[in-house]
Design a protein around this ligand. Structure first.
Ligand code: SF4
Length: 376
């Protein structure tokens, strides 16, 4: 008998809450461990092609940050404070390696201060991507080749071009499924609440991607087979690095807000576009990075993020954009005044809230969202 959408979502929530179980299951099934992927962008397909499980390292809500203060100033972004604290507590000790890209000062600092048991592999994405495209492609391919070589050394495996190509196909299929899921949620705003949407998309960071795709396909079929519930609230598009914890997502739901599209680094920015099928798999991955648009961490003087968000508002008939600003995230904060101006010029209603992984009280966010929902 087929399962209901609620039953499948329960499984996604369980996976999103327990990455350690995903690692243990992968080890039991394949004999291979896991490689940590530091936010935000990484050619994960290279790890997948090694047979190891790529695991996203997105921190966790922490009541108090204490140990991390020895290594990071209090004004380092909230997510890295929490990742550093978890590292010092030994949470990441069982990873076989950790991969860092270093597009911001905080990540540069983190990669230098990393002293967990898992060895760190650090690489840099090119930032002058649009003016000297061929050079940027060649540079990025070389960085990815170094990541591959270091992984091979650390894990004691060989990662072939054809294995990476197969992994790219697995990832493209997963990206397409995630995009379709996001569209289905926009079509069924009364059926899927914001926190369920988030759990489904977050769990892709802890699952082998073909398994995530299979479970997601089962969920989408279940949603579409169930009656569409009436939705009388307002629709919003959200942007930022990530939108957590569940308490904040519940505030959206309590105030009748449905998330019909997102531009979160943890969610859509990681599956918005596919990787091409060049014969040279590393070059295909490099080109995908240089094609990628709409993120404060991927420099583009044309600043297309505002346009992407405004287009999403029009496409999904949304009532507003909510920018979820990670506390002390410089790259996103620098871009915010430009976004704000573009929203105002386009007549897009908008709100900014602050995401803080050290916070356990959400009264301020509650008041802001409640007031905003009333205005809408
Ligand atoms: S949240 Fe912002 S400042 Fe922190 S690591 Fe990510 S991009 Fe860098």
């Amino acid at each position: 008998m087929s399962r209901t959408a609620a039953e499948i979502i329960k499984e996604f929530r369980e996976i999103a809450a327990h990455p350690e179980k995903a690692i243990a299951n992968h080890k039991r099934e394949t004999g291979k461990g896991a490689v940590g992927i530091m936010p935000v962008y990484c050619p994960e397909e290279i790890v997948h092609a090694s047979g190891y499980l790529p695991i996203g390292m997105w921190g966790a809500q922490k009541k108090t940050i204490s140990k991390a203060r020895t290594y990071l100033p209090p004004f380092a972004c909230s997510i890295m404070q929490s990742v550093m604290e978890l590292q010092l507590e030994g949470v990441y000790d069982e990873l076989s390696a950790v991969i860092f890209s270093v597009p911001c000062d905080t990540l540069k600092c983190m990669s230098q201060k990393w002293h967990g048991k898992a060895p760190a592999i650090v690489f840099a994405h090119p930032q002058n991507r649009k003016n000297a495209r061929k050079v940027a492609d060649a540079y990025c391919r070389e960085e990815y080749a170094i990541v591959k070589e270091k992984l091979e050394d650390i894990l004691g495996v060989t990662i072939t071009n054809s294995a990476i190509k197969e992994s790219i196909a697995v990832y493209n299929e997963n990206r397409a499924a995630c995009r379709r899921f996001s569209d289905i949620v926009a079509d069924y705003p009364g059926n899927i609440c914001p926190s369920d949407r988030h759990a489904v998309l977050k769990s892709r960071w802890f699952m082998e991607k073909s398994k995530h795709t299979a479970l997601l396909n089962e969920l989408m079929a279940a949603i579409e087979s169930e009656p569409k519930k009436k939705f009388t609230g307002k629709k919003v598009v959200v942007s930022g690095i990530m939108l957590e914890p569940y308490e904040v997502l519940d505030i959206f739901e309590e105030n009748g807000l449905a998330i019909v599209a997102d531009d979160l680094a943890q969610e859509t920015r990681n599956f918005r576009q596919d990787v091409g099928n060049d014969e040279d798999a590393l070059l295909a991955l490099a080109k995908a990075w240089n094609d990628f648009d709409g993120c404060s961490l991927a420099t583009d003087a044309a600043k297309p993020k505002g346009r992407i968000l405004i287009d999403a508002v029009r496409k999904y008939d949304a009532d507003a954009v909510i920018v979820c600003m990670m506390k002390f995230c410089d790259p996103e904060e620098f871009d915010y005044p430009i976004l704000l101006q573009e929203f105002e010029e386009a007549g897009v209603r908008n709100l900014q809230i602050e995401i803080d992984q050290e916070s356990t009280a959400f009264e301020q966010i509650k008041t802001r969202i409640q007031t905003f929902a009333e205005i809408l």
